[in-house]
Design a protein around this ligand. Structure first.
Ligand code: B12
Length: 207
């Protein structure tokens, strides 16, 4: 059961206003934002995914839940970012070509900012050219997110395109695994936003 059950329910029901209200209240009361994320907000999106798989909810419900989640994340982001200091390195991040799921990508970006990285967010549906543009703006690593098994194979195209450019390629997203990352020759894989930071630190040799 989620620790902040009201917040969990508000996200599942897609009640954006209530999500904003609860997150603001919790922040004012001093609840750590990472606790809100891990104990209620991420589990709420997982629960919606499970219901979608069982045909208990459909795309519109998922969409309004995602919007409510984004509204909560918007409040949390500056608080997480404040924890960071002088940028450790510049990195870029985007969802893979054809993939519009950006909640996980936004979370990873947020955690990286909080951990002290400068993050160039390329947005969704990114082809190789978009990632190359990120690299030309100084990214030392490209991070790529995929939530669909149909978009995941483009990560191989991206990894191959980045060879010889002197940047690290880190991939993630629900269907992605360490085994897949090894298979396509990516430099790293992270199962969640916390791991994303650890992998980045290790790959870039910072901290
Ligand atoms: C919300 C949602 C949507 C929303 C997306 C809104 C948005 N702005 O993101 C909408 C309604 C638009 C949507 C659309 C679709 N969706 Co959808 N969606 C979801 C849902 C319910 C939640 C995804 C989510 O936000 N999870 C929460 C976040 C926090 O988790 P996460 O993304 O996995 O990210 C974490 C980790 O994976 C990791 N991570 C993520 N990225 C990266 C990157 C790096 C570098 C690293 C290190 C780590 C990392 O860290 C994150 C934080 O911890 C999932 C179900 C699920 N269980 O995932 C289905 C799901 C992904 N969708 C699915 C489908 C089928 C679709 C559609 C095709 C539906 C349709 N028929 O139209 C479309 C495709 C649209 C497109 N072209 O992309 C399927 C995919 C099945 C598959 N195996 O391919 C799923 C799994 C649902 C299901 N059970 O069937 N969807």
């Amino acid at each position: 059961m989620a620790k902040h059950e009201e917040l969990f329910d508000a996200i599942c029901k897609g009640n954006r206003k209530l999500v904003e209200q609860i997150v603001n209240q919790q922040v004012a009361a001093g609840t750590p934002v990472v606790e809100l994320l891990n104990d209620s907000m991420i589990p709420a999106m997982r629960s919606m995914g499970d219901k979608f798989s069982r045909n208990e909810v459909y795309v519109p419900e998922m969409l309004i839940a995602a919007r409510a989640m984004q509204a909560g994340l918007k409040i949390i982001e500056p608080i997480l970012a404040k924890a960071g200091h002088k940028p450790l390195a510049r990195v870029c991040i985007g969802t893979v070509k054809g993939d519009l799921h950006d909640i996980g990508k936004n979370l990873v970006a947020m955690m990286l900012k909080g951990a002290g990285y400068e993050v160039d967010d390329l947005g969704v549906d990114c082809d190789v050219a978009k990632f190359e543009a990120g690299v030309s703006r100084g990214a030392k690593a490209v991070m790529c997110s995929a939530l669909l098994t149909t978009t995941m194979p483009y990560m191989k195209t991206l990894t191959e395109a980045m060879k010889g450019k002197g940047v690290k390629v880190i991939i993630g997203g629900a269907p992605v695994t360490q085994q897949y990352a090894s298979e396509i020759g990516a430099d790293g894989y992270g199962a969640d936003a916390n791991e994303a930071v650890k992998i980045m630190d290790a790959q870039l040799g910072v901290r």
